[in-house]
Ligand binder design. Sequence first.
Ligand SMILES: Nc1nc2c(ncn2[C@@H]2O[C@H](COP(=O)(O)OP(=O)(O)OP(=O)(O)O)[C@@H](O)[C@H]2O)c(=O)[nH]1
Ligand SMILES: [Mg+2]
Length: 214
Amino acid sequence: MSLELMQRTVSLDSFRTLQVMTGPLQLTFVTSAVDAKTLPNSPAEVAVVGRSNVGKSSLINALANHKQLARVSKTPGRTQLINLFSMPNGSTLVDLPGYGYAAVPGRVKQGWQKMIEGYLLDREELVNVFVLVDGEIGPTKLDVQMLTWLRASEIPHTVVATKHDKVKSAKRATRKKDLAAGCMLEPGDIVWVSASKGVGIEQLRSLVYSHLTL
Ligand SMILES: Nc1nc2c(ncn2[C@@H]2O[C@H](COP(=O)(O)OP(=O)(O)OP(=O)(O)O)[C@@H](O)[C@H]2O)c(=O)[nH]1
Ligand SMILES: [Mg+2]
C-alpha cells in the first residue's frame, strides 16, 4: 500500500472510531436480578447509583436516546432490581435501585442496601460507578455516606450532578462550587447533566465509551 493510501485509510478509521465514540449508546435490556451473583459475565461494566428519584433511569434513557429503555417515574423507588443493559461489544451498563427512599419499609430498605452493597463489592467486571447527585439539592447526607464508603472500599467512581435545568442560571456558579465542596471534590471533577435538556449527555457518553471500549 502506498504511504498516501495508508494515511487515508488511517484517517478514515479514526473518523469511524470518532463516529462510534460520540453517538447515543446502543443499549439493549439484558436482564433484571436481585443478586449480583446471578448476573451474566461481562467484559466491562459501568454502574449508575444514587438516591431514589435522582434521575438514574432518565439518564440511562438519555444516554441511549431511547425514552423507555429504563423505567422512569415521579414516585421514588421505581427501580427495584439490578437492571443490566448491554452494548454491541458485550460490555454492560447497570441501573441500580435508589437509596434513601423513606416510604419503603425498613426491611425492604435493608434488603435493597444489601443488594447494592453486595453488587458494588462483588462485581468483578465493574470498572466505574457513576454516583448521581441531585444538582438542585445535593449532596444529601446519604450521598456523602455513599461517597465515603466508595472511597474506603477503593471502588473507582465519578460524581454526576443531575437536573442541571432545575438550577437557575444566576445560581449555577455557586451551586457548582457548593455541590463539589459537599462531595469533597473540585468543581472540575463533576460532570453536570440534564436528561431532559441534553446538557452534558455527549460528555458522559464519551466517558462511558472510554470505560466500555474493549
Ligand atoms: N427537570 C428534570 N427532571 C428530571 C431529570 N431527570 C429526571 N427527572 C425527573 O425525576 C424523576 C425521577 O426520575 P427517574 O429517572 O425515575 O429517577 P431514578 O433515580 O431512576 O429513581 P428510582 O428508580 O426511584 O431510584 C422523574 O419525574 C423524572 O422525569 C432532568 O434532567 N431534569
Ligand atoms: Mg430508576
